[in-house]
Design a protein around this ligand. Structure first.
Ligand code: AMP
Ligand code: MG
Length: 343
């Protein structure tokens, strides 16, 4: 594979970037594209060979299915069927959260190959809020399958530079759309008819929060099940992991540094009251939301700061837990997986 080309999708080069991506996708190639969540590694969802290449480049196991992105809601019937009993709720979710970081699991149509869904009967589908991504899908005229543009199990890229670090020389093109505005992978839900209200199962916590979904049904989150017995295959215990071991503790006192080792701290806001900042002479401290402690800022900066610490030559990273309210649920989900034993 020749060098990976990077085109900035700014005012001057926007059309060039879009056209270059469409040409590559139309001929069965794969390209990295910006979305509002994380950068995606895109392929024509209706081209099984292109989809196979995504798995190959990411070194992603075939049992971990891909999300399919549609450019317009009118493209939904081409990829998914909406059962009558959940039709109303699905429509409400779509009109409230699309385009945006909400992925729906729905029965797939025959046009979606088993490769995309890893042989599962449902397809994960969303409409991205990123205009560059949607323009490319619209011009291609086909749905785009796109998982995060990182090597399997590693930290998701939230900038074009991070994609290059993950996949340089493995893909022909990265469209640089700047930093991702949400910085965390989409919320994945399955809707089910309930006895009183519809049930909305959160299978992966993300930028669309439990509180936001509650208006549309009874929201069910089972954190332990999501970690231990993944219902969506990609939700493996160890994921989003830096190369440097990441440690999390129930209480700050449980951290016992080993002699001679260099530790970095991933702090929420750098507040000593959380019990970590003054506990040790850290080789490096990075804060998710310095000073103010705002969860949206912490979410946007999570993978970026994890990457900074991973590149700092430390023996281990200690992550402070954050409150599991609102976006904190998704942040803690990613931190737990990053800290989970690998195997
Ligand atoms: P990524 O695109 O890397 O954010 O990962 C996509 C994740 O969505 C997968 O790892 C699964 O957890 C979930 N997913 C995608 N497609 C399906 C499907 N057909 N059934 C269940 N879960 C899915
Ligand atoms: Mg991923």
């Amino acid at each position: 594979m020749p060098e990976t080309r990077l085109i900035a999708a700014d005012d001057q080069e926007m059309d060039e970037a879009i056209d270059a991506a469409v040409v590559l996708l139309a001929e069965g190639g794969i390209v990295a594209l910006p979305t509002e969540t994380v950068y995606g590694l895109a392929a024509d969802a209706f081209n099984p060979e292109a989809v196979a290449r995504v798995f190959e480049v990411k070194e992603r196991p075939a049992f971990d299915p891909l999300i399919v992105h549609i450019a317009s809601v009118t493209d939904l019937p081409a990829v998914a069927e909406v059962p009558d009993e959940i039709d109303q709720t699905v429509r409400q979710l779509i009109s409230n959260f699309w385009p945006g970081p909400l992925t729906l699991l729905l029965p797939k149509t025959d046009a979606v190959s088993d490769l995309v869904t890893s042989g599962l009967p449902e397809v994960a589908v969303r409409q991205s809020g990123n205009l560059i991504f949607r323009s490319i899908g619209k011009k291609l005229g086909r749905p785009i399958a796109a998982p995060s543009a990182n090597r399997f199990g590693r930290i998701s890229p939230t900038s074009a530079g991070a994609v290059v670090k993950e996949l340089d020389g493995r893909i022909p093109l990265v469209v640089d759309g700047g930093a991702c505005s949400d910085g965390l992978e989409s919320t994945i839900v399955r809707v089910e008819a309930g006895p009183k209200r519809p049930l909305i199962h959160i299978l992966r916590a993300g930028p669309v929060t439990k509180d936001q979904l509650q208006k549309f049904g009874k929201v069910v989150v089972d954190k332990r099940r999501a970690i231990d017995r993944p219902e969506t295959p990609g939700q493996l215990a160890s994921h989003y992991a830096p190369r440097t071991p990441l440690l999390m503790f129930d209480k700050p006192e449980d951290f016992v540094p080993e002699e001679g080792k260099q530790y970095g701290l991933l702090s929420y806001k750098g507040d000593p009251k959380a019990g970590y900042v003054d506990r040790h002479d850290w080789a490096r401290v990075e804060c998710l939301s310095p000073g103010s402690g705002k969860l949206p800022e912490a979410a946007v900066r999570l993978f970026f700061t994890m990457r900074l610490l991973d590149e700092a030559g430390l023996d281990a990273i200690v992550a402070e837990p954050v409150s599991e309210k609102a976006l904190g649920l998704a942040i803690m989900d990613r931190l737990r997986r990053a800290a989970a034993p690998r195997g």
